[in-house]
Design a protein around this ligand. Structure first.
Ligand code: ZN
Length: 310
């Protein structure tokens, strides 16, 4: 397979241990989580969202997050990221030593109320509080926001692009280092992705963050490519598409890391990820969650003849 090695590199941010595990019913035993993270690192992933700092009574899947963070921190060169819904969660995450915290802010008011029981304005207050905490106690820790429902909302329907951009700017003003856009509901299309990320990058410059795409309607990779074409270089994805919707067989929620890595590597865009080793990282995932389906076209089809990952 001929590949042009000149194209810019991308960062694949693996969100399976958080986004994926949080959306399945079963709880993966800690030991399996650690093995899975080790396998992801061995495959070359440099950033992993390892869990969320939420009360265990709300999300028992994340009760061991401190242990998971401690383990992940032993991998030098790995950016250990965790989701924090509020200041209290941020306090715990910073105490655990994470490198990066990510906060969920909804572009749709209806989703914001349903998801975090706060209005968008109240979430901005929370961001300011988290920013102050970070500034005073852990200034080296990065703080990012993924704007959920940025491309549409199942509750509200259309989300105005002006609202998304205004909110992204407000997040930066509240102290956030990077703001990305998430297609939480799988409603995005490539033209919209192109338009919105172009505007985001024009408004925020280097503070424009990751594309978090879902494959609910089969457009996950097309949307990632559209984002790449307008300059996005960080992409969230989940191994085996973990977090898939159980009501849409064959359709996964998160973009499948294996397929995303295949697309970029085949294009000559370096990901730093070794695809055969990435596919091997499905074994500890499946061992820890035996009843959960995994998705992905590339693992099913196998790698093309002559495939070599640099
Ligand atoms: Zn997701």
């Amino acid at each position: 397979m001929s590949r042009t090695p000149k194209l810019p590199e991308v960062l694949i941010s693996e969100v399976g241990p958080r986004d994926g595990l949080q959306s399945v019913q079963a709880t993966m035993p800690t030991l399996h989580k650690l093995r899975w993270i080790d396998a992801l690192v061995a495959a070359g992933l440099r950033e992993i969202e390892v869990g969320s700092f939420v009360p265990a009574r709300l999300l028992p899947q994340m009760a061991d997050v401190v242990d998971v963070v401690q383990h992940a921190l032993r991998h030098s060169g790995l950016t250990v990221m965790a989701l924090v819904p509020n200041r209290r969660g941020a306090e715990a995450a910073l105490a655990a030593g994470v490198h990066k915290i990510t906060l969920p802010v909804s572009a749709s008011e209806a989703h914001s109320l349903a998801n975090v029981r706060k209005t968008r304005e109240q979430m901005l207050d929370e961001l300011r509080a988290v920013h102050a905490l970070r500034r005073d106690s852990a200034p080296g820790v990065a703080m990012e926001v993924g704007l959920s429902t940025a491309f549409g909302c199942t509750l509200q329907g259309v989300v105005a692009e002006d609202d998304v951009i205004r909110l992204a700017v407000a997040c930066v003003e509240a102290g956030v280092d990077e703001v990305g856009l998430s297609d939480t509901t799988g409603m995005a299309n490539p033209a919209q992705v192109r338009r919105l990320f172009t505007r985001l990058r024009a408004e925020l410059g280097a503070r424009a963050g990751a594309a978090h795409m879902h494959n609910t309607r089969g457009l996950g990779l097309a949307n990632c490519l559209a984002a790449y074409d307008v300059g996005v270089r960080t992409f969230d994805a989940s191994l085996g598409g973990l977090g898939g919707c159980p009501y849409a067989p064959g359709a996964s929620g998160n973009v499948v890391t294996e397929d995303l890595v295949f697309m970029f590597e085949a294009m000559g865009v370096r990901t730093g990820v070794n695809l055969p080793q990435l596919i091997a990282a499905r074994a500890p995932l499946q061992a820890g969650l035996p009843s959960e389906p995994v998705y992905g076209m590339t693992p099913e089809a196998g790698l093309p003849k002559g495939w070599a990952t640099a």
